[in-house]
Design a binder for this molecule. Sequence first.
Ligand code: B12
Ligand code: SF4
Length: 482
Amino acid sequence: MSEKKLKTLLIYPPFFASVESEGYVSAGAPLGITMLGAALLEAGLEVELLDAFIEGFGNSSPIDGSAQMRRVSKGFCKRNKLGEPFNEGFYTFGLSFDEIKEEIRRRKPDIVGVSVIFSSIYPAGRHIARLAKEVDEGIITVVGGNHSTAVPGDVLAEEFVDYAVLGEGEKSFVELVKCLSEGQHAKAGRLPGIASRDFSGKTVVNPQELIPDLDALPFPAFDLLPIEKHFSVSAEGRTIKLMTSRGCTFDCCFCTVPGNSQRRFRARSPEDVLAEIDLYVEKYQIEGIMFEDDNMTLNQERARKIFQMLGERDYGLKLFARNFRADLFDLDMLKLMKRAGFETIWITPESGNQDVLLNLIGKNFNLKDVDRSVELIKEAGLRPAAAFVIGIPGETRSNIDDTIRYAWKLKRDGVKEFWISIATPIVGTRMYADSVKMGLVSGMDLERFSYQEAGITTDSFKGEEIAELRKSLMAELNDYKN
Ligand code: B12
Ligand code: SF4
């Protein structure tokens, strides 16, 4: 069998948002393409990465995005500017499409893999696949990430996309590249986690197989990215993203994780996690870690051990995590977290109405757990922060008022920071399926929504009203000056 060594270029698209949105973009080297890069290198395959967001950071642009980028400069990374106008009213942040096309031409890949972890950036991701074919019809195009996991058929409906990958790609994508290198296209189409078109043009979708042992995966290949540029742009300095587990056993209505992880939780051993952290301290002199787990404390004993070992290392790192379930930690764990380097603990009450919490969202805990957790966080000397969601189909206006009242109560109880999300029917979620059944998403262009603006309109509330409410709540609860 003849074998041609194929070169893969993995692209993390530029961010993509509407001008009116708050430009919710973030620096921080992406884990998806760096994990895939490491897996390809380990298999002896040739790979390059292009993070189009960071490579084009600070792009000069037709419109100065400073007003829209308020949150960015505050919380996530230093100021970027709006990039190229695309799809009327939507802008890219990062390399322009012309520059991306030029990079594809210059690097001469055989395969272009595009990472679409947010459905909102799918239009940009899809456009990159098109550009690859424009550069060279022979380039094999692959789209992976949460969007293609949820709707591989939609992705493959584009003639310029050859393969869609479902779920984690470290095994399936490596196998795909190997098959393609060997010219075994039919076998490639039968691989688990791969969707493609058969000889008759029909879409064939093979379910993904979850990787059983996460400790067996190589650490992300951050060296394939301009990592120093990531550090220099990040508001958190030399902070690196890290995942100690994947998946979650719960089933919250707005979350894509249950579908993508088959409601299974798989975790790395504390020793493997610490080995990764030791490496970054030594190699990159990191100052902080952002834990990106879906549900890091689901196995509390394991989490406790990680925090304890990290505290004992005494590296002086600043630790961040996006959220913790209020029912999955106790005072002992919080003290270990404080010692390890956490300052703020984000919890996710989601709603101030118990019925919505249990029966609509499916969060499966009580507001009493939330009240208790705030007290524990304070007792451990940490700073509580809380996230809510408003505008869920099935919620009434009075339910939302309960949430507002409850958020203010938490503020009086000492919660220091708030994040309010608009319930968005993301493909692959229970909420999306319910919204389709209820006829609520028809007329919404899901490829042009911005998570900060689009709201569902129901008999009880209007989408625009929810967006306005979110804006004022964010400002008032967080004491923004403007
Ligand atoms: C980190 C993160 C962010 C960071 C991303 C920064 C960065 N540079 O990476 C920031 C803070 C920007 C962010 C923002 C938001 N996020 Co977020 N985020 C995450 C989180 C927690 C982890 C992503 C991650 O690093 N995973 C670890 C890596 C290893 O996994 P991965 O990227 O999925 O890659 C694997 C596979 O997908 C696949 N793969 C990925 N790319 C490719 C490409 C190819 C070619 C192939 C073959 C395979 C492949 O293989 C990889 C290795 O196994 C996920 C949760 C999750 N579990 O995915 C949510 C998640 C991606 N976020 C989500 C959402 C909704 C948001 C926000 C809208 C939140 C909000 N309300 O504002 C914003 C959107 C920003 C925007 N642009 O519009 C949703 C997206 C769902 C969707 N389909 O749209 C997720 C899935 C969370 C959820 N609970 O549903 N987020
Ligand atoms: S929101 Fe959190 S707890 Fe709920 S399913 Fe998603 S990851 Fe699990």
